[in-house]
Design a protein around this ligand. Structure first.
Ligand SMILES: [Zn+2]
Length: 184
């Protein structure tokens, strides 16, 4: 708990609320937190400001499913991206509901899935808008819209306005952030 006491007050105001004591308790045993921030000052923003504490606290504020693979942790909790055409659901055409691989929230129906040719599963609308959060992402020297699971805070992918269907939207989602519950 000692790190919580060292958080500057300005960070407290912008961090999401903790989602229960279980998430906080994970900190000492969660390898992702250790691996993502191995040394003080290792994570700096564009201005050179040390953001280590910010990222550390951000990560431990999320409840992580202990069954996630290392690749899933990297994508869902470090904002990573799986390599194109490598995900399990790129060419998946089975009917069902794509849920969050971390928390199980219902995210995208197979009815909204289309072949975008990009190498990532693509959807033209969420199954339930209440389960998806959109956030401006200014990483990689560009402005994109990040798609997040509203229930657990996990990174899912990005949203683009070049979809070919009537919604005009392309939710470009990492396969490993999803789990397809097939229709029986
Ligand atoms: Zn989730």
């Amino acid at each position: 708990m000692s790190i919580l006491l060292t958080v500057p007050s300005f960070l407290v105001t912008i961090l999401p609320p903790f989602r229960g004591s279980a998430a906080v308790a994970q900190r000492t045993v969660n390898p992702l937190v250790v691996g993502s921030n191995p040394t003080p000052g290792a994570m700096k923003d564009r201005t050179g400001k040390d953001r280590s504490v910010f990222y550390d606290i951000l990560l431990i504020s999320m409840k992580q499913n202990p069954n996630l693979s290392e690749d899933q942790k990297r994508v869902m909790f470090s904002g990573g991206t799986e390599a194109p055409f490598t995900g399990a659901y790129v060419n998946e055409h089975a009917k069902g509901m794509y849920t969050c691989a971390n928390c199980g929230a219902e995210l995208f129906s197979s009815d909204a899935k289309f072949d975008s040719g990009t190498g990532w599963p693509s959807f033209d609308e969420p199954a339930n808008l209440a389960n998806v959060e959109l956030k401006e992402d200014r990483s990689l020297d560009t402005v994109r819209t990040e798609v997040i699971c509203k229930n657990c805070g996990a990174h899912l992918g990005h949203l683009f306005d070049d979809g070919p269907t009537k919604t005009g939207k392309r939710y470009c989602i990492n396969s490993c952030s999803l789990e397809l519950k097939k229709q029986s």
